[in-house]
Write a protein of this length. Structure first.
Length: 622
């Protein structure tokens, strides 16, 4: 885990070392252990290191070959580097470090850009071959590690976080109205966009090639990996269990390789419990586990985590916190660079902070819900799809009309709205979209957003051939909700505290095994994630994991009526705020009054509005 930044200017120009340092310093929190720079004519690479494997100075980056003609910077970990190292040693290459990064350096010489497809891990990497005038950027298959881009006639800039690119004086801060609309509707900016019009993200599973000697710097971006699109229903349940168990055990084993202290997040849920169970079998010493507890009844999972920890015999650490959401808002804005509306970012921030006091690396259970149909929306959508299948067009029209007469945000209204939909629209509703989100947007933002089915983030919904509805939903979550929200939340919160988070369930081998099993076999009408639940029972008593999914939730509705209410009043009274260029103030005032009165639960839209207002205040001061 590290922070990376870089510049490529048109041929004949020279990189300003001071600018390269400013860009790299902007992500210093990601790598507090060392910094390094390379500036060769029109190319500059900057690196901030969090030392995990081979902590010696010899492994600092940029890492170059013996004559300095090839250089690489890496954010992340390559888990199969020892296997690659052995293969390259047999081919005559000499290694000067024990780091995983050096395997990429020599792998480039042996396989060219094909080295990327051989990497098993989480990564955003940049490789520069000065002799050939070639630059390669690549991002891991699922999108665990971020990489932002700015391309203009001035050149190509790249970095781990937006703040690195904004350090360049020629990067504009104009906002993308469509991205703002996506933020309100989905809680984060979707697809390749950022909230800034001039900044993009390199998509997961893609690499970028650039000829640094060309008269015009035109990057070529292409995919090197896609999620498997076709499930294979042939295996019996026990065979599926054995396959997943084997892949997960190997994944955990690879993620225990570290030269610094290592532990795990443990919520007491199925995913983290299963990861920790494998750790206790494979790790040399007693596993350290970490959990955040809340005093509010109904929001605290710490007792479940403690019960699992007691059974598995871990060295468990729990810290009870009373989150000050109002005080956290400026920090959240700083951490995420652009508006990020998932309130579970708050407990994620706290658990990362707690964990970093004890270890430098933590394993997590991220990915289990997307791969193994763990969200409640999968079961609900399946039921509604079956029910909607019995309705002809007049019946669905009647359902929509009936929904319009019910209270906004109520369960009955949402159910009727969703049962009236089919295919993509049903998935879109299940993801959390509701028509009332649109009414909070200014008309021009609503127009820029356009219809959901035309948004680039969802363009692939109909692409998997012969896939059923639930498999399409899972496929879309892996391409959108997971990298755009879940992994963004985990990466920024953890790296704010220089903590590396590894996700065994998102190993490429685990992903490919999981996607071969149809999503429909992983749930029934009352339970989700049936396969992973049964697998967990091999290691943890059923009573400890057989409970309803709780998630990393916070009492947001209560906060918005209590400690956050003054901030909302302030935001609504802030006439010159940048926020009101994008939102309808009158609609926001109406929703706030309804929420305070307890008549309608508007917590999602009000929280997203409040976060955007805090972000806009920071942006105005920049």
């Amino acid at each position: 885990m590290c922070g990376i930044a870089g510049i490529v200017l048109p041929h004949g120009e020279r990189v300003d070392p001071a600018l390269l340092r400013r860009m790299t310093d902007a992500v210093a929190h990601r790598g507090p252990d060392a910094d390094g720079y390379l500036a060769q004519d029109n190319v500059g690479l900057g690196h901030r290191r969090l030392a995990i494997i081979d902590t010696s100075e010899a492994a600092n980056q940029p890492l170059t070959d013996q004559d300095g003609s090839v250089a690489v910077i890496l954010n992340g970990e390559i888990y199969n580097f020892q296997e690659l190292r052995e293969e390259l040693l047999e081919r005559g290459y000499t290694f000067r470090t024990r780091s995983d990064t050096e395997a990429i350096l020599h792998g480039w010489k042996e396989w060219g850009s094909g080295v990327v497809a051989r990497l098993r891990g989480m990564f955003a990497l940049v490789l520069y071959d000065a002799r050939q005038g070639r630059l390669l950027l690549a991002r891991d298959r699922i999108g665990k590690k971020p990489l932002y881009l700015h391309h203009s006639p001035r050149g190509l800039l790249f970095g781990s976080e937006i703040k690195a690119l904004l350090a360049a004086p020629w990067v504009g801060r104009d906002l993308d109205s469509k991205a703002v609309g996506e933020y309100l509707v989905y809680g984060s900016v979707a697809g390749e966009k950022s909230v800034y019009r001039e900044l993009r993200r390199l998509p997961a599973g893609h690499f970028l090639r650039l000829d640094t000697r060309a008269a015009d710097l035109e990057p070529a971006i292409e995919a090197y990996w896609r999620c498997p699109e076709r499930s294979q229903p042939g295996l019996a349940e026990e065979e599926w269990l054995d396959e997943v168990d084997r892949a997960l055990a190997q994944s955990v084993r690879l993620r225990l390789i570290s030269d610094v202290p290592l532990g795990a997040f443990l919520s007491g849920g199925i995913d983290s419990s299963l990861v920790v169970a494998h750790m206790t079998r494979l790790a040399a010493g007693r596993v350290r586990t970490f959990c955040i507890g809340f005093r509010e009844t109904g929001w605290d999972e710490s007792r479940h985590a403690q019960a699992v920890a007691d059974h598995l015999g871990t060295d468990h650490h729990t810290e009870f916190v009373t989150p000050d959401a109002a005080a956290m808002l400026p920090e959240l804005v700083e951490v995420y660079d652009e508006p990020f509306g998932d309130p579970s970012a708050i407990p994620t921030y706290y658990v990362a902070k707690l964990t970093r006091r004890h270890v430098t690396v933590a394993l997590s259970g991220d990915g289990g819900d997307e791969l193994f149909a763990g969200y409640k929306r999968y079961a609900e959508s399946a039921a509604l799809a079956r029910l909607g299948g019995f309705l002809a067009t007049p019946g669905r029209t009647a359902a929509r009309q009936a929904a319009g007469g019910l209270r906004v945000g109520s369960f009955a209204r949402r159910a009727l709205e969703r049962v009236a939909e089919r295919d993509f629209a049903l998935y879109h509703h299940a993801l959390g979209w509701a028509p009332e989100f649109l009414t909070l947007l200014a008309p021009e933002v609503r127009a820029a957003l356009g219809p959901p089915e035309e948004q680039e983030a969802f363009a692939d919904f109909h692409r998997p051939e012969e896939a059923d509805f639930l498999d399409r939903c899972r496929y879309m979550d892996l391409h959108n909700y997971l990298p755009d929200q879940v992994l963004v939340k985990a990466d920024r919160a953890a790296m704010r505290h220089a903590l590396e988070v590894r996700c065994p369930l998102l190993d490429q081998e685990v992903v490919e095994v999981a996607l071969r099993m149809p999503a429909a076999r992983q749930l029934n009408r009352s339970r989700q994630k049936l396969l992973l639940r049964k697998l967990a029972e091999r290691y943890v008593p059923r009573a400890l994991v057989d409970r309803p999914k709780q998630g990393f939730a916070v009492p947001l509705g209560r906060w918005l009526r209590g400690p956050l209410a003054p901030l909302l009043r302030e935001a609504l009274a802030d006439r010159p705020s940048l926020a009101w260029r994008f939102f309808d103030r009158a609609e926001a005032e109406r929703r706030f009054a309804e929420h305070l009165g307890g008549r309608v639960n508007h917590e999602k839209s009000l929280w997203r509005l409040l976060v955007f207002h805090a972000w806009a205040a920071r942006e105005a001061a920049a």
